[in-house]
Design a binder for this molecule. Structure first.
Ligand code: PGA
Ligand code: ZN
Length: 426
């Protein structure tokens, strides 16, 4: 039997120039898998905790302890394991860590190793990861991209309150076409910003810096960019927002600093429902805070079934938080970020819980990313219909979009899931 011969950790650097953990799983047959942990900025409280060293170096963000865990305890525990038994490998690491939030060994150490185990198993089988995970499924499709045009919130120094102003090529038939259209909208948005004297570079995920005086102005510019690029807003190119409300509110009170307004849950909901009426928005993420489930349920009911109400901080890629949200009628779509869960097995369990709940799902990157493209393979292999990896600039983002092109080519078909399979396609 091919077994795990060694696990090696090393410190590498992420897209914000911060240290992160890379793991390499070496197998007895000479094959190897490698993966890098990403890092969030607008994190939910239920996420697996990264291990950071503290102290003076790199703002306290060094990961020497987490790397030492990979090279020491984790490698020791996984040696001799079957790399194809992802669940067993992940269970071993979870038990070894022994804490509810993976804070002892570090969520960053665990997720990098967990993903590297999957890559090693796929390499040993002589398959790309998406194919290894997809098994004999014949309905494999490329995911529909959700792409940031303006960054905001915690990714842009809180220049505007809302975190992600994104587009979804709802009218595109293929993955290639979706990227082509998105590239035109991104370019048009840049020209508009330049012409208006608002161009100030890009935010953490590559979206243009949101030099707007109100949150709503970003929406106006988004519609104008779609039109300028020659597309029909709502029909061909629709809008998606990540409000990331946990970042600017708690206890049912929210501070909209850009608009100089303090609002309660109902007033925030009303503002967002007004946007749903006036703009071609098909998805809205974390519209209310993670501690505001009753308001989230009211918002979900008011928004109706044709809009994706996406839970990110609200569910933190946790099966039991998804089950609770579903029981409380809050949200209808799960954002799946492997590092929020800490292992691939738990991220997949969250996806399964979403599916049992009748929810849609989106595989997502973090604001701190690298050249690692594992999540693209997860989206394809797990049959997830949507993919969110940030904007259409910066190589840690483009690496993911480009990997999707390669997978489409290998599949011989880069068709997207049918429009009717999305809530807005009815
Ligand atoms: P994060 O942002 O990685 O900073 O959490 C992404 C998101 O909120 O979806
Ligand atoms: Zn989010």
């Amino acid at each position: 039997m091919t077994e795990i011969a060694n696990v090696r950790g090393r410190r590498v650097w992420d897209s914000r120039g911060r240290p992160t953990v890379e793991a390499e799983v070496q197998l007895s047959d000479g094959t190897m898998g490698r993966a890098i942990a990403p890092a969030g900025a607008s994190t939910g409280s239920g996420e697996a905790q990264d291990k950071r060293d503290g102290g003076d170096a790199f703002g306290g963000l060094d990961v020497q302890d987490a790397v030492a865990s990979v090279n020491g305890e984790i490698s020791g525990a996984l040696r001799g394991c079957d790399p194809r038994d992802q669940a067993a490998a992940d269970r071993l690491m979870i038990d070894l860590d022994g804490t509810p939030d993976k804070g002892r060994l570090g969520g960053n150490a665990l997720v990098a190793t967990s993903m590297a185990v999957a890559h090693a198993a796929a390499a040993s089988a002589g398959l790309p990861l998406w194919k290894y995970l997809g098994g004999d499924r014949t309905d494999i499709a490329l995911p529909l991209p959700e792409v940031q045009i303006f960054g905001g919130g915690a990714h842009a120094g809180r220049r505007v309150d809302i975190q992600d102003f994104m587009v979804i090529a709802t009218g595109a038939e293929t993955y290639t076409q979706a990227l082509d259209w998105t590239a035109e909208v991104y370019r048009a948005a840049g020209v508009l910003m330049q012409d208006a004297g608002l161009m100030q570079g890009v935010a953490d995920e590559g979206g243009f810096w949101p030099a707007f005086d109100t949150n709503e102005l970003a929406l106006d510019y988004l519609v104008r960019a779609i039109e300028r690029a020659g597309f029909t807003p709502g029909d061909e190119m629709a809008i998606s927002l990540d409000i990331a409300a946990t970042d600017f509110g708690s206890g049912g009170r929210y501070r909209l600093a850009t608009d100089a307004r303090d609002v309660d849950s109902d007033a925030l909901s009303e503002m967002l429902l007004g946007w749903l009426d006036r703009y071609p928005i098909v998805a809205i993420e974390d519209p209310l805070g993670e501690d505001d489930p009753a308001a989230m349920a009211r918002f979900t009911a008011a928004a109706g079934p044709n809009v994706e109400i996406v839970a990110d901080d609200f569910i933190c890629t946790s099966a039991h938080l998804i089950e609770a949200a579903h029981a409380g009628n809050a949200c209808n779509t799960a954002l799946i970020k492997p590092n929020q869960a800490g292992t691939l097995t738990e991220a997949k369990a969250a996806l399964d819980a979403a599916r049992v709940s009748g929810w849609d799902a989106i595989v997502s990157a973090r604001s701190g990313e690298t050249e690692d493209v594992t999540i693209v393979h997860l989206a394809v292999g797990w049959g997830v219909k949507q993919l969110k990896v940030g904007s259409f600039a910066r190589s840690e983002r483009m690496a993911k979009w480009n990997e999707g092109l390669r997978i489409g080519e290998a599949l011989g078909d880069d068709r997207l899931p049918p429009r009717q399979s999305f809530p807005w396609g009815d």
